[in-house]
Design a protein around this ligand. Structure first.
Ligand SMILES: [Zn+2]
Length: 474
Protein backbone atom coordinates (compact mmCIF):
# COMPACT_ATOMS: atom_id res chain seq x y z
CA UNK A 1 0.00 0.00 0.00
CA UNK A 2 1.28 3.47 -0.84
CA UNK A 3 1.96 5.76 2.07
CA UNK A 4 -0.31 8.69 1.33
CA UNK A 5 -0.13 9.97 4.85
CA UNK A 6 -1.46 13.43 4.18
CA UNK A 7 -4.99 12.21 4.78
CA UNK A 8 -4.74 11.23 8.40
CA UNK A 9 -6.93 13.36 10.62
CA UNK A 10 -7.09 13.29 14.39
CA UNK A 11 -9.38 15.02 16.84
CA UNK A 12 -7.28 17.39 18.90
CA UNK A 13 -8.71 18.00 22.37
CA UNK A 14 -6.90 21.32 22.57
CA UNK A 15 -8.79 22.82 19.62
CA UNK A 16 -11.85 20.53 19.82
CA UNK A 17 -11.52 19.90 16.10
CA UNK A 18 -10.38 17.17 13.76
CA UNK A 19 -7.09 18.27 12.28
CA UNK A 20 -4.82 17.03 9.57
CA UNK A 21 -2.05 15.18 11.34
CA UNK A 22 1.49 16.34 10.60
CA UNK A 23 4.46 15.38 12.73
CA UNK A 24 7.22 17.88 13.36
CA UNK A 25 9.81 15.68 11.71
CA UNK A 26 8.59 14.29 8.42
CA UNK A 27 7.97 10.57 8.66
CA UNK A 28 8.49 10.22 12.43
CA UNK A 29 5.81 10.44 15.11
CA UNK A 30 6.78 11.21 18.68
CA UNK A 31 4.02 10.06 20.93
CA UNK A 32 3.68 10.06 24.71
CA UNK A 33 1.22 7.90 26.55
CA UNK A 34 0.40 8.23 30.23
CA UNK A 35 1.14 4.73 31.43
CA UNK A 36 -0.06 2.72 34.38
CA UNK A 37 0.17 3.71 38.02
CA UNK A 38 1.45 0.43 39.39
CA UNK A 39 -0.32 0.34 42.73
CA UNK A 40 -2.67 -2.50 41.68
CA UNK A 41 -3.56 -4.53 38.56
CA UNK A 42 -4.68 -2.33 35.67
CA UNK A 43 -8.44 -2.66 35.02
CA UNK A 44 -10.26 -2.95 31.73
CA UNK A 45 -10.99 0.79 31.72
CA UNK A 46 -7.24 1.44 31.75
CA UNK A 47 -6.80 -1.15 29.04
CA UNK A 48 -9.39 0.49 26.85
CA UNK A 49 -7.04 3.49 26.56
CA UNK A 50 -3.93 1.35 26.15
CA UNK A 51 -5.54 -0.79 23.44
CA UNK A 52 -6.73 2.31 21.59
CA UNK A 53 -3.25 3.83 21.79
CA UNK A 54 -1.84 0.61 20.38
CA UNK A 55 -4.34 0.73 17.52
CA UNK A 56 -3.36 4.34 16.76
CA UNK A 57 0.32 3.44 16.89
CA UNK A 58 -0.17 0.48 14.57
CA UNK A 59 -2.21 2.55 12.13
CA UNK A 60 0.46 5.26 11.98
CA UNK A 61 3.05 2.57 11.30
CA UNK A 62 0.87 0.97 8.66
CA UNK A 63 0.70 4.37 6.98
CA UNK A 64 4.46 4.50 6.79
CA UNK A 65 5.43 6.50 9.85
CA UNK A 66 8.19 5.59 12.20
CA UNK A 67 6.70 5.79 15.69
CA UNK A 68 8.66 6.62 18.81
CA UNK A 69 6.33 6.02 21.71
CA UNK A 70 7.06 6.58 25.36
CA UNK A 71 4.83 5.04 27.99
CA UNK A 72 5.82 5.96 31.50
CA UNK A 73 5.39 3.79 34.55
CA UNK A 74 4.19 5.76 37.58
CA UNK A 75 5.91 3.85 40.37
CA UNK A 76 5.83 6.61 42.97
CA UNK A 77 2.76 8.70 43.73
CA UNK A 78 0.07 8.98 46.43
CA UNK A 79 -1.58 5.67 45.57
CA UNK A 80 1.54 3.50 45.21
CA UNK A 81 2.88 4.78 48.53
CA UNK A 82 -0.43 4.23 50.31
CA UNK A 83 -0.81 0.71 48.86
CA UNK A 84 2.72 -0.42 49.74
CA UNK A 85 2.37 0.98 53.27
CA UNK A 86 -0.87 -0.91 53.68
CA UNK A 87 0.87 -4.13 52.59
CA UNK A 88 3.79 -3.35 54.85
CA UNK A 89 6.35 -3.90 52.09
CA UNK A 90 8.89 -1.59 50.46
CA UNK A 91 7.57 0.58 47.63
CA UNK A 92 9.75 -1.00 44.94
CA UNK A 93 8.75 -4.51 45.95
CA UNK A 94 5.08 -3.57 45.77
CA UNK A 95 5.31 -1.75 42.43
CA UNK A 96 7.64 -4.45 41.04
CA UNK A 97 4.81 -6.97 41.31
CA UNK A 98 2.41 -4.81 39.39
CA UNK A 99 4.95 -3.78 36.78
CA UNK A 100 5.52 -7.47 36.05
CA UNK A 101 1.75 -8.05 35.90
CA UNK A 102 1.29 -5.07 33.59
CA UNK A 103 3.80 -6.38 31.06
CA UNK A 104 2.17 -9.81 31.17
CA UNK A 105 -1.22 -8.23 30.57
CA UNK A 106 -0.15 -6.08 27.63
CA UNK A 107 1.57 -9.08 26.03
CA UNK A 108 -1.66 -11.09 26.42
CA UNK A 109 -3.60 -8.22 24.83
CA UNK A 110 -1.11 -8.19 21.95
CA UNK A 111 -0.01 -4.62 22.51
CA UNK A 112 3.12 -3.73 20.59
CA UNK A 113 5.95 -2.69 22.84
CA UNK A 114 6.51 1.04 23.10
CA UNK A 115 10.08 2.19 22.43
CA UNK A 116 10.59 3.41 26.01
CA UNK A 117 9.01 2.59 29.37
CA UNK A 118 10.71 5.01 31.77
CA UNK A 119 9.94 4.66 35.46
CA UNK A 120 9.31 7.72 37.58
CA UNK A 121 11.76 6.54 40.23
CA UNK A 122 14.48 6.32 37.56
CA UNK A 123 14.07 9.96 36.54
CA UNK A 124 14.12 11.95 39.77
CA UNK A 125 17.12 14.18 38.79
CA UNK A 126 15.28 15.22 35.60
CA UNK A 127 12.26 16.21 37.68
CA UNK A 128 14.40 18.16 40.13
CA UNK A 129 15.98 20.04 37.21
CA UNK A 130 12.57 21.04 35.88
CA UNK A 131 11.37 22.17 39.31
CA UNK A 132 14.51 24.27 39.81
CA UNK A 133 13.88 25.96 36.47
CA UNK A 134 10.27 26.66 37.46
CA UNK A 135 11.47 28.29 40.68
CA UNK A 136 14.06 30.36 38.81
CA UNK A 137 11.43 31.57 36.34
CA UNK A 138 9.02 32.53 39.10
CA UNK A 139 6.40 29.85 38.42
CA UNK A 140 7.03 27.86 41.57
CA UNK A 141 7.58 28.57 45.24
CA UNK A 142 8.22 26.76 48.47
CA UNK A 143 5.28 26.57 50.89
CA UNK A 144 5.58 26.69 54.71
CA UNK A 145 5.33 22.90 54.72
CA UNK A 146 8.58 22.69 52.71
CA UNK A 147 6.78 21.39 49.62
CA UNK A 148 7.17 23.18 46.30
CA UNK A 149 4.05 24.40 44.51
CA UNK A 150 3.26 25.60 41.03
CA UNK A 151 1.68 29.07 41.03
CA UNK A 152 -1.12 28.65 38.49
CA UNK A 153 -1.92 32.36 38.45
CA UNK A 154 1.42 32.89 36.64
CA UNK A 155 0.48 30.68 33.70
CA UNK A 156 -1.93 32.60 31.53
CA UNK A 157 -3.24 29.60 29.55
CA UNK A 158 -4.07 27.54 32.61
CA UNK A 159 -7.35 25.69 31.94
CA UNK A 160 -7.04 25.88 28.15
CA UNK A 161 -7.05 22.13 27.57
CA UNK A 162 -10.02 21.34 29.77
CA UNK A 163 -11.70 24.63 28.81
CA UNK A 164 -12.31 26.35 32.06
CA UNK A 165 -11.23 29.57 33.65
CA UNK A 166 -9.81 29.68 37.10
CA UNK A 167 -11.86 32.42 38.75
CA UNK A 168 -10.65 34.54 41.62
CA UNK A 169 -8.27 32.12 43.06
CA UNK A 170 -7.53 32.74 46.69
CA UNK A 171 -3.90 33.79 46.67
CA UNK A 172 -1.73 30.89 47.72
CA UNK A 173 -4.55 28.30 47.96
CA UNK A 174 -2.91 24.94 47.47
CA UNK A 175 -3.56 21.31 46.80
CA UNK A 176 -1.05 18.66 47.73
CA UNK A 177 -2.81 15.47 46.58
CA UNK A 178 -2.24 14.23 43.01
CA UNK A 179 -5.90 14.00 42.01
CA UNK A 180 -8.62 16.62 42.51
CA UNK A 181 -11.54 18.31 40.73
CA UNK A 182 -11.70 21.48 38.67
CA UNK A 183 -13.53 23.18 41.53
CA UNK A 184 -10.39 22.61 43.59
CA UNK A 185 -8.04 24.00 40.97
CA UNK A 186 -5.28 25.78 42.80
CA UNK A 187 -1.53 25.75 43.21
CA UNK A 188 -0.47 22.14 42.98
CA UNK A 189 2.50 20.29 44.44
CA UNK A 190 5.54 19.75 42.25
CA UNK A 191 7.63 18.36 45.06
CA UNK A 192 6.21 16.97 48.28
CA UNK A 193 8.30 17.43 51.38
CA UNK A 194 8.79 14.21 53.32
CA UNK A 195 6.44 13.46 56.17
CA UNK A 196 6.46 10.49 58.50
CA UNK A 197 3.46 9.04 56.67
CA UNK A 198 5.68 8.30 53.70
CA UNK A 199 8.05 6.06 55.61
CA UNK A 200 11.30 5.51 53.76
CA UNK A 201 10.03 6.84 50.42
CA UNK A 202 12.07 9.98 49.83
CA UNK A 203 14.96 11.40 47.86
CA UNK A 204 17.52 13.80 49.32
CA UNK A 205 17.86 16.49 46.65
CA UNK A 206 18.85 20.13 46.19
CA UNK A 207 15.20 21.10 46.54
CA UNK A 208 14.78 19.19 49.76
CA UNK A 209 14.01 15.77 51.13
CA UNK A 210 10.84 14.41 49.57
CA UNK A 211 9.39 13.02 46.39
CA UNK A 212 7.83 14.32 43.18
CA UNK A 213 4.16 15.07 42.53
CA UNK A 214 2.58 12.92 39.83
CA UNK A 215 2.28 15.67 37.20
CA UNK A 216 5.94 16.70 37.04
CA UNK A 217 6.83 13.05 36.38
CA UNK A 218 5.18 13.07 32.97
CA UNK A 219 6.62 16.46 31.96
CA UNK A 220 10.09 15.21 32.79
CA UNK A 221 9.85 11.81 31.15
CA UNK A 222 8.13 13.00 27.98
CA UNK A 223 10.57 15.81 27.26
CA UNK A 224 13.59 13.68 28.14
CA UNK A 225 12.82 11.12 25.45
CA UNK A 226 10.81 13.09 22.90
CA UNK A 227 12.01 16.70 23.05
CA UNK A 228 10.25 19.91 24.07
CA UNK A 229 7.30 19.56 21.71
CA UNK A 230 5.53 16.24 21.18
CA UNK A 231 3.46 15.31 18.14
CA UNK A 232 0.85 13.36 20.09
CA UNK A 233 0.06 12.98 23.76
CA UNK A 234 -2.58 10.42 24.63
CA UNK A 235 -4.43 9.43 27.74
CA UNK A 236 -7.87 8.79 29.18
CA UNK A 237 -10.34 11.71 29.45
CA UNK A 238 -10.07 11.48 33.22
CA UNK A 239 -6.43 12.55 32.89
CA UNK A 240 -7.32 15.78 31.13
CA UNK A 241 -7.74 17.59 34.43
CA UNK A 242 -5.69 18.09 36.45
CA UNK A 243 -2.93 15.85 35.09
CA UNK A 244 -2.58 17.03 31.50
CA UNK A 245 -3.46 20.61 32.32
CA UNK A 246 -0.61 20.61 34.82
CA UNK A 247 1.78 18.91 32.42
CA UNK A 248 1.18 21.77 29.95
CA UNK A 249 1.66 24.43 32.63
CA UNK A 250 4.92 22.86 33.82
CA UNK A 251 6.44 22.10 30.43
CA UNK A 252 5.52 25.31 28.66
CA UNK A 253 6.62 27.48 31.55
CA UNK A 254 10.06 25.84 31.39
CA UNK A 255 10.57 25.79 27.62
CA UNK A 256 8.49 28.74 26.44
CA UNK A 257 7.26 26.46 23.65
CA UNK A 258 4.13 24.56 22.84
CA UNK A 259 4.28 21.25 24.70
CA UNK A 260 1.97 19.08 22.57
CA UNK A 261 0.64 19.57 19.06
CA UNK A 262 -2.16 17.04 19.25
CA UNK A 263 -3.89 15.84 22.42
CA UNK A 264 -5.83 12.63 21.95
CA UNK A 265 -8.14 11.47 24.72
CA UNK A 266 -9.93 8.18 25.04
CA UNK A 267 -13.42 8.21 26.58
CA UNK A 268 -14.61 6.37 29.67
CA UNK A 269 -15.58 2.77 29.91
CA UNK A 270 -18.80 1.73 31.61
CA UNK A 271 -19.58 -1.81 32.68
CA UNK A 272 -23.14 -3.00 32.10
CA UNK A 273 -24.18 0.65 31.84
CA UNK A 274 -22.57 1.80 35.07
CA UNK A 275 -19.37 3.44 36.08
CA UNK A 276 -16.93 0.70 36.97
CA UNK A 277 -16.16 0.65 40.69
CA UNK A 278 -15.21 -2.02 43.18
CA UNK A 279 -18.18 -1.07 45.34
CA UNK A 280 -20.62 -1.70 42.45
CA UNK A 281 -19.26 -5.22 41.96
CA UNK A 282 -18.58 -4.50 38.28
CA UNK A 283 -14.84 -3.96 38.47
CA UNK A 284 -12.72 -6.18 36.21
CA UNK A 285 -9.07 -6.64 35.56
CA UNK A 286 -7.90 -8.58 32.51
CA UNK A 287 -7.08 -11.45 34.85
CA UNK A 288 -10.66 -11.58 36.11
CA UNK A 289 -11.84 -12.09 32.54
CA UNK A 290 -9.23 -14.67 31.55
CA UNK A 291 -10.05 -16.64 34.71
CA UNK A 292 -13.62 -16.78 33.43
CA UNK A 293 -12.23 -18.39 30.27
CA UNK A 294 -12.21 -15.36 27.95
CA UNK A 295 -9.47 -15.13 25.31
CA UNK A 296 -7.46 -11.89 25.83
CA UNK A 297 -7.59 -11.25 22.08
CA UNK A 298 -11.38 -11.27 22.32
CA UNK A 299 -11.10 -8.67 25.08
CA UNK A 300 -8.77 -6.69 22.83
CA UNK A 301 -11.23 -6.85 19.96
CA UNK A 302 -14.09 -5.73 22.16
CA UNK A 303 -12.12 -2.83 23.65
CA UNK A 304 -10.97 -1.51 20.29
CA UNK A 305 -14.20 -1.97 18.36
CA UNK A 306 -15.95 1.16 19.66
CA UNK A 307 -14.67 4.54 18.51
CA UNK A 308 -12.33 5.94 21.13
CA UNK A 309 -14.27 9.19 21.57
CA UNK A 310 -17.48 7.39 22.46
CA UNK A 311 -18.23 6.07 25.89
CA UNK A 312 -17.93 2.36 25.72
CA UNK A 313 -20.27 0.02 27.53
CA UNK A 314 -18.58 -3.25 28.39
CA UNK A 315 -20.99 -6.19 28.66
CA UNK A 316 -20.57 -9.97 28.68
CA UNK A 317 -22.95 -10.11 25.74
CA UNK A 318 -20.53 -7.84 23.89
CA UNK A 319 -17.70 -10.19 24.80
CA UNK A 320 -19.55 -13.10 23.21
CA UNK A 321 -20.23 -11.07 20.09
CA UNK A 322 -16.52 -10.20 19.94
CA UNK A 323 -15.67 -13.89 20.16
CA UNK A 324 -17.98 -14.64 17.23
CA UNK A 325 -16.41 -11.83 15.22
CA UNK A 326 -12.89 -13.17 15.76
CA UNK A 327 -14.00 -16.73 15.03
CA UNK A 328 -15.45 -15.54 11.76
CA UNK A 329 -12.15 -13.90 10.83
CA UNK A 330 -10.12 -16.94 11.84
CA UNK A 331 -12.39 -19.33 9.97
CA UNK A 332 -12.19 -17.06 6.96
CA UNK A 333 -8.37 -17.00 6.89
CA UNK A 334 -8.32 -20.79 7.31
CA UNK A 335 -10.78 -21.22 4.53
CA UNK A 336 -8.67 -19.00 2.26
CA UNK A 337 -5.61 -21.08 2.94
CA UNK A 338 -7.11 -24.17 1.29
CA UNK A 339 -9.34 -22.50 -1.31
CA UNK A 340 -8.55 -23.69 -4.81
CA UNK A 341 -11.42 -22.95 -7.16
CA UNK A 342 -11.79 -21.38 -10.57
CA UNK A 343 -11.01 -17.73 -11.15
CA UNK A 344 -13.50 -15.07 -10.04
CA UNK A 345 -12.69 -13.24 -13.30
CA UNK A 346 -11.67 -10.01 -11.63
CA UNK A 347 -14.44 -9.92 -9.03
CA UNK A 348 -12.11 -10.73 -6.14
CA UNK A 349 -9.66 -8.03 -7.16
CA UNK A 350 -12.44 -5.49 -7.39
CA UNK A 351 -13.78 -6.43 -3.94
CA UNK A 352 -10.29 -6.25 -2.47
CA UNK A 353 -9.61 -2.79 -3.90
CA UNK A 354 -12.92 -1.51 -2.62
CA UNK A 355 -12.31 -2.97 0.84
CA UNK A 356 -8.79 -1.56 1.02
CA UNK A 357 -9.91 1.95 0.26
CA UNK A 358 -12.90 1.82 2.63
CA UNK A 359 -10.82 0.48 5.51
CA UNK A 360 -8.07 3.03 4.91
CA UNK A 361 -10.40 5.97 4.56
CA UNK A 362 -12.16 5.03 7.80
CA UNK A 363 -8.97 4.61 9.80
CA UNK A 364 -7.51 7.84 8.41
CA UNK A 365 -10.62 9.62 9.65
CA UNK A 366 -9.75 9.90 13.34
CA UNK A 367 -9.31 6.13 13.69
CA UNK A 368 -12.91 5.32 12.82
CA UNK A 369 -12.52 1.66 13.59
CA UNK A 370 -16.27 0.96 13.55
CA UNK A 371 -16.51 1.75 9.83
CA UNK A 372 -13.24 -0.05 9.13
CA UNK A 373 -14.55 -3.23 10.78
CA UNK A 374 -17.88 -2.93 8.94
CA UNK A 375 -15.94 -2.81 5.66
CA UNK A 376 -13.91 -5.82 6.72
CA UNK A 377 -16.93 -8.00 7.53
CA UNK A 378 -18.71 -6.96 4.34
CA UNK A 379 -15.61 -8.04 2.43
CA UNK A 380 -15.45 -11.36 4.29
CA UNK A 381 -19.10 -12.01 3.46
CA UNK A 382 -18.64 -11.27 -0.23
CA UNK A 383 -15.50 -13.36 -0.59
CA UNK A 384 -17.20 -16.23 1.27
CA UNK A 385 -19.96 -16.02 -1.33
CA UNK A 386 -17.38 -16.46 -4.08
CA UNK A 387 -15.82 -19.44 -2.32
CA UNK A 388 -19.27 -20.97 -1.79
CA UNK A 389 -19.77 -21.16 -5.53
CA UNK A 390 -16.20 -22.32 -6.08
CA UNK A 391 -15.24 -19.04 -7.80
CA UNK A 392 -12.00 -18.10 -6.11
CA UNK A 393 -8.69 -19.36 -7.39
CA UNK A 394 -5.74 -20.33 -5.25
CA UNK A 395 -3.84 -17.19 -6.36
CA UNK A 396 -6.78 -14.92 -5.60
CA UNK A 397 -7.24 -16.57 -2.21
CA UNK A 398 -3.54 -16.05 -1.47
CA UNK A 399 -3.76 -12.34 -2.30
CA UNK A 400 -6.80 -11.90 -0.10
CA UNK A 401 -5.12 -13.86 2.66
CA UNK A 402 -2.13 -11.50 2.51
CA UNK A 403 -4.41 -8.48 2.53
CA UNK A 404 -6.24 -9.71 5.65
CA UNK A 405 -3.00 -10.58 7.42
CA UNK A 406 -1.71 -7.10 6.50
CA UNK A 407 -4.70 -5.39 8.09
CA UNK A 408 -4.46 -7.67 11.08
CA UNK A 409 -1.07 -6.08 11.74
CA UNK A 410 -3.22 -3.08 12.62
CA UNK A 411 -6.06 -4.82 14.45
CA UNK A 412 -3.94 -7.53 16.04
CA UNK A 413 -6.87 -9.85 16.75
CA UNK A 414 -6.62 -12.86 14.46
CA UNK A 415 -3.33 -14.16 15.74
CA UNK A 416 -1.71 -17.33 14.41
CA UNK A 417 -4.04 -19.56 12.46
CA UNK A 418 -3.09 -23.00 13.67
CA UNK A 419 -1.77 -25.38 11.06
CA UNK A 420 -3.42 -28.43 12.56
CA UNK A 421 -6.76 -26.75 12.14
CA UNK A 422 -6.38 -26.69 8.39
CA UNK A 423 -9.11 -28.73 6.73
CA UNK A 424 -8.02 -31.69 4.68
CA UNK A 425 -8.80 -31.30 0.97
CA UNK A 426 -11.45 -34.02 1.00
CA UNK A 427 -13.24 -32.38 3.91
CA UNK A 428 -13.33 -29.13 2.00
CA UNK A 429 -14.87 -30.95 -0.96
CA UNK A 430 -17.45 -32.54 1.31
CA UNK A 431 -18.34 -29.15 2.76
CA UNK A 432 -18.85 -27.73 -0.72
CA UNK A 433 -21.01 -30.73 -1.66
CA UNK A 434 -23.03 -30.25 1.48
CA UNK A 435 -23.56 -26.56 0.70
CA UNK A 436 -24.83 -27.53 -2.75
CA UNK A 437 -27.15 -30.11 -1.23
CA UNK A 438 -28.51 -27.54 1.19
CA UNK A 439 -29.09 -25.06 -1.58
CA UNK A 440 -31.02 -27.73 -3.41
CA UNK A 441 -32.91 -28.42 -0.16
CA UNK A 442 -31.63 -31.99 -0.21
CA UNK A 443 -31.53 -32.26 3.57
CA UNK A 444 -30.92 -36.00 3.57
CA UNK A 445 -27.63 -35.71 1.66
CA UNK A 446 -26.66 -32.68 3.73
CA UNK A 447 -27.16 -34.66 6.94
CA UNK A 448 -25.25 -37.65 5.61
CA UNK A 449 -22.29 -35.45 4.74
CA UNK A 450 -22.44 -33.83 8.15
CA UNK A 451 -22.13 -37.30 9.71
CA UNK A 452 -19.27 -38.17 7.40
CA UNK A 453 -17.46 -35.00 8.43
CA UNK A 454 -18.15 -35.71 12.07
CA UNK A 455 -16.45 -39.06 11.63
CA UNK A 456 -13.43 -37.14 10.36
CA UNK A 457 -13.53 -35.03 13.55
CA UNK A 458 -15.02 -31.92 11.92
CA UNK A 459 -18.10 -30.32 13.42
CA UNK A 460 -20.40 -28.35 11.13
CA UNK A 461 -22.71 -25.66 12.45
CA UNK A 462 -25.26 -23.73 10.42
CA UNK A 463 -25.58 -20.27 11.92
CA UNK A 464 -27.30 -17.03 10.97
CA UNK A 465 -23.93 -15.85 9.62
CA UNK A 466 -23.58 -18.94 7.44
CA UNK A 467 -21.86 -22.27 7.84
CA UNK A 468 -19.08 -22.64 10.39
CA UNK A 469 -16.80 -25.56 11.06
CA UNK A 470 -14.44 -26.48 13.83
CA UNK A 471 -12.27 -29.40 14.77
CA UNK A 472 -13.75 -31.62 17.42
CA UNK A 473 -11.81 -31.32 20.65
CA UNK A 474 -10.27 -34.59 21.78
ZN1 LIG B 1 0.95 11.27 32.67
Amino acid sequence: METTVENIRLYNTLTRRKEKFEPIEKGTVRMYTCGPTVWDFAHIGNFRSFVFEDLLRRWLKYRGFKVVQVMNITDVDDRTIAASRKQGIPLDEHTGRYIKAFFEDIAALNLERAEHYPRATGNIPEMVTLIKKLIEKGYAYKGEDGSIYYDISKFKNYGELSKFKVEQLQAGARVKVDEYDKAEARDFALWKAWTEDEGNVFWETEIGKGRPGWHIECSAMSMKYLGETLDIHTGGVDNMFPHHENEIAQSEAVTGRKFVNCWVHCEHLLVEGKRMAKRFGNYYTLRDLTKLGHDPLVVRYLLLSTHYRQQFNFTFEGLNAAKNAIDRLRNFTRRLSYTDGSSSKGKAKHLAEHFKSEFTEAMDDDVNVGSALAALFEFVREVNNLIDVNSLSKEEAREIYDLIVGFDKVLGVIGEVKEEEKLPKEAEELILKREEARKAKDWKTADEIRTQLKNMGIIIEDTAQGMKWRMEKH
